[in-house]
Design a protein around this ligand. Structure first.
Ligand SMILES: Cc1cc2nc3c(=O)[nH]c(=O)nc-3n(C[C@H](O)[C@H](O)[C@H](O)COP(=O)(O)OP(=O)(O)OC[C@H]3O[C@@H](n4cnc5c(N)ncnc54)[C@H](O)[C@@H]3O)c2cc1C
Length: 400
């Protein structure tokens, strides 16, 4: 078969890119290995309020669940730092419903969505990528959008090592019958349970919560069960879903002749929180525009515009967040607890809250920079964490 644009994967990145290309009048086909879009779900579903505006997606009853104002951060010794905003900061969504909503929008724009169709290979010629192969047939494409998700199995199989780093094992489960504040997320730092990341509790409304963690270790599943037993006294835990979480920043290359990488496979994910729906979605809009320009201009244009443009807009944001992620990974439970205690002793909760209140949940570089420019905050961190650990951050911001 032939299609002008082929898209691997019906996650948010693939669906958003497909809709952009199809809306411009190009034949666009999405190939999704699962029988249904949006299943299985492995996502906490926390999306910033501004993220919806940026993506141009209205809040819809098909996926909206709850709105949150802030968070309670806990260090391993149980010290709590509360950061509460006056305005809504994030919405919690049903990710399956969200992906199905995006699929409906894409199909309405003319996209041919083929579920239960696994792409087995990316087909290369001397000129570059010319299509894909499913188990049953080959597909020729002018532009291929690879949105296959974290890890890039197809890229690796094709001999392209993307160099994606910092992929952790993530686990998630929805609980009911639990008691928690309706508009605050909980974030628990504890290396034993979630080394290299954290454990989260997101209120879903009523007595329901979504609880999960990501970890560098291979015992995250058991760690999550243990956390749930301790935090909620629930022994009968419903089935836990597992997925991969990206915290290592972008891959080295995302534009190849005939092919663009978008979303998790490109590492377009915030290394601080592993949120990839918004930033991956924004990059997918650019990929869709780039592929459309390429098909319109033929040999006069190149898909390379995409690589330069998304890095220009979001590259610095991602590298700033990656610098903070590396610092957090090096701190360890004991120093983190001391830092939280020092923050509380200095009454810094409101100071941090006001930094975050003025900041942006997706483009976090501004908040991070302001935090490290704040003499009181920096003083506490230097005293507790030590300048050696802070050195990468300080040199990143060229702070003496
Ligand atoms: C536990 C967990 C919690 C998370 N929480 C959040 C959160 O709260 N907020 C947030 O913004 N992000 C969160 N994320 C990250 C978010 O889920 C990803 O950033 C996002 O899904 C990336 O979208 P994508 O389209 O690039 O990839 P995916 O959503 O992974 O979609 C890739 C699609 O490609 C399909 N596919 C793969 N290979 C093939 C193939 N060979 N042929 C056909 N189809 C194929 C897959 O089936 C899948 O449908 C979380 C991730 C995990 C694991």
């Amino acid at each position: 078969m032939k299609t002008e644009a082929a898209v691997i994967g019906a996650g948010p990145a693939g669906l958003i890119a497909a809709e952009v290309i199809s809306s411009k009048g190009y034949d666009t086909t999405v190939f999704e290995e699962h029988r249904h879009v949006g299943a299985p779900v492995h996502c906490a579903g926390i999306i910033s309020v501004e993220g919806f505006d940026r993506l141009g997606v209205p809040l819809d009853d098909r996926f909206y669940m709850n709105t949150i104002l802030g968070g309670r951060l806990y260090s391993a010794d149980g010290t709590c730092l509360e950061i509460r905003d006056r305005k809504p900061r994030a919405h919690i969504i049903d990710r399956g419903g969200f992906d199905r909503y995006l699929a409906d929008v894409a199909v309405d724009s003319g996209v041919d969505l083929r579920t239960s169709t696994r792409v087995k290979d990316i087909v290369f010629s001397k000129k570059g990528v010319v299509g894909i192969k499913t188990g049953d047939y080959a597909v020729r494409s002018e532009a291929l959008i690879n949105a296959e998700g974290p890890g890039g199995r197809l890229m690796t199989r094709a001999g392209y090592i993307t160099g994606q780093e910092g992929i952790l094992n993530g686990f998630n489960v929805d609980l009911s019958g639990v008691d928690l504040e309706p508009d605050m997320v909980e974030v628990w730092f504890n290396d034993e349970a979630s080394k290299g990341f954290f454990t989260w509790v997101a209120p879903l409304g009523g007595d329901r919560a979504r609880v999960g963690l990501a970890s560098q270790g291979d015992d995250g599943y058991l760690a999550l069960r243990k956390f749930i037993e301790k935090r909620f006294n629930v022994a009968d835990v419903p089935p836990i879903s597992a997925g991969r979480v990206c915290t290592g920043g972008p891959v080295r290359r995302t534009a190849y002749p005939g092919m663009l990488l978008v979303g998790d496979v490109a590492g377009q994910v915030k290394p601080t929180t592993a949120g990839g729906v918004v930033i991956g979605g924004l990059c997918s809009i650019l990929a869709g525009e780039s592929a459309s320009q390429f098909m319109e201009g033929g040999k006069q244009t190149s898909l390379g515009w995409y690589e330069g443009e998304w890095r220009r807009l979001y590259g610095r944001e991602l590298s700033t967040m990656l610098t903070l992620r590396r610092l957090l990974n090096g701190i360890g439970d004991e120093r983190m607890s001391r830092m939280f205690n020092a923050f509380n002793e200095e009454g810094m909760g409101p100071r941090i809250a006001s930094l975050i209140e003025d900041g942006d949940m997706d483009m976090q570089a501004g908040i991070i920079r302001r935090a490290f420019m704040d003499p009181v905050l920096l003083g506490v961190m230097a005293k507790v964490v030590g300048r050696v650990l802070l050195s990468e951050v300080l040199s990143f911001f060229q702070i003496g």
